[in-house]
Design a protein around this ligand. Structure first.
Ligand SMILES: Nc1ncnc2c1ncn2[C@@H]1O[C@H](COP(=O)(O)OP(=O)(O)OP(=O)(O)O)[C@@H](O)[C@H]1O
Ligand SMILES: [Mg+2]
Length: 247
């Protein structure tokens, strides 16, 4: 769903630790750098860390909006390139599942955001009801998958659950942590081989990111790798993904 005609996309995955937050935050930077007004919502409500990626310490977070104690405008942090960051709580796992009413409040707040081009939603891993909810609302779903066999199996499970619960048929795949694009394409074909046999869905290969040590170096310093290493292979690969996103 596009909120007021603006593009909401989710970055999601079956297995954790595959690079969702890293992709979401660096993608936001590249889009901001192209003068696309971009919001990023940390929808990992129990262990959110988008603010950490940007090296920021939020005073308030999306939980304060859901509780009604803050307006969404009071929670938003200003990142580089004009990116607007909506941070999540961290480490408060009992707060992670939203009730129907809470979802309605959050959706109302997102609807009330000023005009923008993109709202990137970084979800938590797996198929909790929150994750299904955010994916059901988004216009385009991006599933991040790595060569780890558990990631491949969990991606299949993710597509299966999302297609049956939301009726969605189209899913974009970003392959992360591969040596080269050939490996990404092989992995993508393997997943399609299974989904084509068992599910009525269409998977779209959207791009890949190489395993790149620059990502770890920058992340450890709470810096965005696309900003710190503009010429790194991973930066160029993510720029290609953003080209497709804006075209
Ligand atoms: N292409 C890559 N090359 C090297 N390291 C990477 C790459 N992509 C991500 N990483 C590293 O992998 C780790 C996990 O990334 P990230 O936190 O973005 O994953 P996640 O999917 O958001 O995890 P979670 O499911 O816990 O939210 C981080 O340390 C990140 O720097
Ligand atoms: Mg994450």
């Amino acid at each position: 769903m596009a909120i007021n005609g603006r593009k909401m996309i989710t970055i999601t995955s079956g297995k954790g630790g595959v690079g969702k937050s890293s992709i979401a935050s660096n993608m936001a930077y590249l889009l901001g750098n192209r003068n696309k007004s971009t919001y990023i919502l940390d929808a990992d409500l129990s262990l959110g860390n988008i603010d950490i990626m940007f090296g920021m310490v939020p005073k308030f977070n999306v939980r304060d909006v859901i509780d009604g104690s803050r307006q969404i405008g009071e929670v938003i942090l200003e990142g580089p390139c004009g990116i607007k960051i909506i941070p999540a709580t961290s480490g408060v796992s009992e707060l992670s599942l939203l009730s129907q009413d809470e979802r309605a409040i959050l959706l109302g707040s997102l609807n009330a955001l000023p005009e923008h081009d993109f709202l990137i939603v970084d979800t938590s891993a797996g198929i909790s009801s929150n994750v299904v909810y955010f994916n059901a609302m988004s216009e385009d779903i991006f599933i991040v998958v790595t060569p780890d066999p558990a990631s491949v199996a969990d991606s299949y499970a993710m597509v299966k659950v999302l297609s049956t619960t939301t009726g969605r048929k189209d899913f974009n795949i970003i392959v992360n942590m591969v040596k080269e694009e050939k490996e990404a394409l092989e992995l993508f074909r393997r997943i399609v081989g299974v989904t084509d046999r068992f599910l009525d869905v269409y998977l779209n290969y959207f791009g890949y990111l190489p395993l790149d040590r620059h990502i770890n170096i920058a992340t450890r310093k709470q810096r965005l790798w696309v900003e710190r290493f503009p010429d790194a292979i991973a930066t160029r690969a993510l720029a290609k993904i953003c080209d497709r996103l804006v075209s």
